[in-house]
Design a binder for this molecule. Structure first.
Ligand SMILES: *[C@@H]1O[C@H](CO)[C@@H](O)[C@H](O)[C@H]1NC(C)=O
Ligand SMILES: *[C@@H]1O[C@H](CO)[C@@H](O)[C@H](O)[C@H]1NC(C)=O
Ligand SMILES: *[C@@H]1O[C@H](CO)[C@@H](O)[C@H](O)[C@H]1NC(C)=O
Ligand SMILES: *[C@@H]1O[C@H](CO)[C@@H](O)[C@H](O)[C@H]1NC(C)=O
Ligand SMILES: *[C@@H]1O[C@H](CO)[C@@H](O)[C@H](O)[C@H]1NC(C)=O
Ligand SMILES: *[C@@H]1O[C@H](CO)[C@@H](O)[C@H](O)[C@H]1NC(C)=O
Ligand SMILES: *[C@@H]1O[C@H](CO)[C@@H](O)[C@H](O)[C@H]1NC(C)=O
Ligand SMILES: *[C@@H]1O[C@H](CO)[C@@H](O)[C@H](O)[C@H]1NC(C)=O
Ligand SMILES: *[C@@H]1O[C@H](CO)[C@@H](O)[C@H](O)[C@H]1NC(C)=O
Length: 574
């Protein structure tokens, strides 16, 4: 639906902002879609609607008035949803909803959004015997006590989020034994008492993300065998007791990202056989036990980015055949074992290895990943790619090679990547010579804009030019003298008064200027020989030369063999 066409909400848009999302980025907290839908309806002229509220249909009541500081009387007895948004409600006294004629037993959902609630009286919700969902968000609550929730025996969803809640009484939820979903995201919870969850054994979803938990007490989740989703993102967890998840045999999602985990006990996930999603990104993991994921036959998403992994054990993915997405970005990986993926991950579609220290990749690393569509290798230290690296990756669509040390790619490397349509090449020192013709051919069919910033690093006269802009005729290899030249240079002891090796850089040359040798303090590096005009066939030259320089003289014996071979140019464009 078009949000702009709905009626405006009171107050500034900033008031809708929550403290953030599990991913850590602040994002506006939107009111539920349902609320927008309701707002789009015209309020009915129901006679029994309280003054400071609007009633929609005969089931929904929406109260949003800045000076509303108590629960108004006259809420329709059969209202099923009641919203308080941006009111000045600070306290809910005991029996706040049991005041007046009606008892509101029909109420199913009660929401307080952006109201400065700071205390909940004993039995504040008494009378709401039919309530299924209670949500308080962006309040001033600092603690939760069991007695506040007296009488909510049918409550299934309790959500107290983005508030300064710090303390949770032991068994704080003992009056809501039917809870299935408990959402406590974005508070300031520092500790979980061991018996906290004992009364709510039917819980299926628990979120404790964005709190300040430094640890999890042993056994704290043992009374929750039915959990399917457990979110512990963005806390301060630095270690996990080995058995902490051993009773969660039904878990589908486990979020542990944004903590301070430096290691994981080998068996910590051994009971998570049904897990689909495991978030371990943004921790401080240095290594992983080889069998850590071995029981996760249905694991689909595994996020390990933003850790400190230097290497991965060879058998890490032996038990995860269902993986579809794997991220290892922003680690310190230097290389990967050749058999890491083998044929173990037939359904892997997205593999992210960017922002590591990879300098080379084993030839067969990716060959069993037939379903791979996106491969991210950007921001590494790759100096070359094996010719067969992408063999068998016939579904590959996107390949990011940006910001590496690549000067060229082997001819034929993309030959089996029929689906490839996007390659990012920028930030590499491309050597724009005949060896790049293969890539240039391929680039003809790609979007020039993508690689407008992929530049030639050499040769000098093409340096800085955009790769897609270089013409194929310019991609030539330097015309070598007719054939490979093999030089053997034997420098004999310098025979000057001064020790040549004691001097920094010096250029020695013979009187005719045919031979020139540049030497540093330890070794001579550059020899330039100007040969007499070639006479077509092979030649052999050798001689003893005396070279002079400001540093002294040097006697060298040079032997050059010239063999005739076809000149090398760029290959013909097809
Ligand atoms: C409102 O109540 C009337 C009478 O009970 C009922 O017929 C109607 O369907 C209700 N409307 C809505 C939107 O629930
Ligand atoms: C409440 O429900 C009753 C029937 O259960 C209906 O007659 C009445 O109109 C409803 N009240 C309102 C305000 O819609
Ligand atoms: C009940 O309503 C009266 C007046 O409407 C109000 O003075 C009183 O504080 C209310 N009691 C509670 C518990 O909200
Ligand atoms: C996280 O824990 C460390 C000690 O493990 C402590 O020094 C640090 O202050 C904690 N950070 C927060 C935000 O609680
Ligand atoms: C994996 O998923 C399939 C299909 O959803 C299901 O039949 C199977 O039981 C699951 N296996 C495990 C170990 O969860
Ligand atoms: C891979 O995906 C296909 C199609 O979605 C599915 O049938 C198959 O079971 C999956 N394989 C594994 C090992 O999960
Ligand atoms: C890349 O390799 C160079 C030379 O081997 C090294 O100095 C540099 O630290 C490496 N960079 C990264 C990010 O690994
Ligand atoms: C890759 O494909 C070749 C044939 O193109 C096949 O022989 C080889 O087994 C495949 N490798 C893997 C690891 O699937
Ligand atoms: C160069 O000098 C070496 C001895 O230093 C000698 O054996 C060799 O025959 C000389 N070569 C020529 C071509 O004069």
């Amino acid at each position: 639906m078009d949000e702009d066409s709905t009626m405006a909400l009171p107050g500034s848009p900033a008031a809708w902002r929550g403290r953030g999302t599990p991913g850590g980025q602040a994002r506006p907290l939107r009111p539920p879609l349902l609320l927008w839908l309701l707002l789009a309806q015209l309020p009915s002229a129901a006679p029994s609607c309280p003054e400071s509220c609007q009633c929609f249909g005969n089931t929904t009541v929406f109260c949003s008035e800045e000076c509303l500081d108590h629960i108004p009387e006259g809420i329709p007895a059969n209202a099923s949803q009641l919203f308080f948004v941006e009111t000045s409600l600070e306290t809910l006294l005991s029996g706040a909803f049991a005041n007046g004629t009606s008892s509101n037993a029909a109420l199913r959902k009660l929401v307080f959004l952006c109201s400065p609630l700071r205390s909940l009286g004993e039995g504040a919700f008494a009378g709401l015997t039919g309530l299924r969902e209670l949500a308080i968000s962006s309040s001033q609550l600092t603690g939760l006590r069991a007695e506040s929730f007296h009488g909510l025996g049918r409550l299934r969803v309790l959500s107290i989020q983005f508030s300064p809640v710090e303390t949770l009484e032991e068994e704080a939820f003992r009056h809501s034994p039917a809870l299935r979903e408990l959402l406590l995201r974005g508070n300031r919870i520092r500790a979980l008492l061991p018996g906290l969850f004992r009364p709510i054994g039917g819980l299926e979803t628990l979120s404790l993300s964005q709190n300040s938990l430094p640890n999890l007490p042993e056994g704290v989740f043992d009374s929750l065998p039915h959990l399917r989703v457990l979110r512990l993102s963005d806390n301060n967890l630095s270690c996990l007791p080995v058995g902490v998840f051993h009773h969660q045999v039904d878990l589908r999602e486990l979020h542990l990202d944004g903590n301070a985990l430096a290691e994981l006990p080998a068996g910590v996930f051994s009971q998570q056989t049904h897990l689909r999603r495991l978030h371990l990104q943004h921790n401080a993991l240095r290594e992983l036990p080889p069998a850590l994921f071995s029981s996760m036959a249905n694991l689909t998403f595994l996020l390990l980015d933003g850790n400190r992994l230097k290497e991965l054990p060879e058998g890490l993915f032996l038990g995860t055949p269902s993986l579809v997405e794997l991220s290892l970005a922003h680690n310190q990986l230097e290389t990967l074992p050749e058999g890491l993926f083998g044929t173990l991950l037939p359904n892997l579609s997205v593999l992210t290895l960017s922002h590591n220290h990879l300098h080379s990749l084993p030839t067969g690393l990716f060959q069993g990943l037939q379903d791979l569509t996106r491969l991210q290798l950007g921001h590494n230290n790759l100096t070359g790619l094996p010719r067969e690296l992408l063999a068998n990756l016939s579904n590959l669509e996107v390949l990011d090679l940006s910001h590496n040390q690549l000067a060229t790619v082997p001819e034929g490397i993309f030959d089996s990547s029929f689906a490839l349509f996007y390659i990012s090449l920028r930030g590499n020192p491309w050597a724009c010579d005949c060896h790049l013709l293969y890539l240039a051919d391929w680039l003809q069919y790609a979007d020039d804009l993508v690689n407008a910033h992929a530049l030639c690093g050499s040769p000098t006269h093409l340096k800085g030019l955009s790769l897609p802009g270089v013409k194929k005729e310019q991609l030539v290899c330097p015309r070598r003298p007719p054939g490979p030249v093999r030089c053997r240079v034997e420098a004999q002891d310098p025979s000057g008064e001064e020790e040549a090796s004691a001097l920094p850089h010096c250029a020695y040359q013979d009187p005719e200027g045919a031979l020139r040798l540049t030497c540093g303090p330890d070794a001579c590096q550059q020899l330039r020989v100007t040969l007499p005009a070639a006479k077509g066939t092979g030649q052999h030259l050798s001689g003893n030369w005396t070279l002079g320089s400001g540093c002294g003289t040097l006697r060298v014996q040079v032997s050059v063999t010239i063999e005739k071979e076809e000149p090398v140019h760029g290959r013909e464009a097809p």
